[in-house]
Design a protein around this ligand. Sequence first.
Ligand code: ATP
Length: 239
Amino acid sequence: MAAMSGPLLRAEGLTRDYGGLRAVDHVDFTLQEGEIRALIGPNGAGKTTFVGLISGRIRPSAGRVRFMGRDVTALPAHRRMRLGMAYTFQITSIFANLTVWDNVALAAQARRGAQGLAEATDAALARVGLLDRAGQVAGDLAYGHQRLLELAMGIAQAPRLLILDEPTQGLSDPEIRDFVALIRDIARGATVLLIEHNMDVVMQLATRITVLNFGAILAEGAPEEIRADARVRAAYLGG
Ligand code: ATP
């Protein structure tokens, strides 16, 4: 991979309107390679819409997205994925009737084609500890294992940028601990952008935090700065 100057990702004036509602409002946003960036904010702040605009699942009303120096604003999600942007599929997009292995193989294939597919699939499953369940039907997995399957599907794409939407939602404390370790491990080889409501997880993982409120960036900084920010506390952390 050629050396890249400048940030991994840059959003400029990113905006999305739904009728009269502006869900994302002229957001300028930069991600440097190697970061674990947490995106936080109250319900309805625009977090899911924002990562949808980044990943290409949602089209912007205005603004641009650059990834690895290239303007990808006009590219659909599957083209951005081939460039190295992975968005963890929600459980709803796991194929419940297929095996665990086939789900991961499909995700891997979308990025890299047939070459090295079996190895990449096995490696991703081993990474999340699901290799011994590879032959199981995905729909039969316990909830926590389905969330790990999603993560394996992201890893199998060998992304430069891995976007995770509430990865620890609904997990037990021990499962969350494992997830935090796993995401830290993944972040050694990829930049991570995660939406996360669990502030313990955010504080443990994030190298930098962006706070969205009413579709705009309210604050951005290191975890300790954000924790101490009076505006963030008022809008989000409950005092
Ligand atoms: P949460 O933390 O609850 O998931 P969020 O920060 O991810 O919230 P979004 O889901 O991005 O917020 O929603 C931002 C705003 O845009 C909300 O007011 C929401 O109702 C609205 N919105 C999101 N998607 C649509 C849509 N497809 N059509 C109309 N309005 C939408």
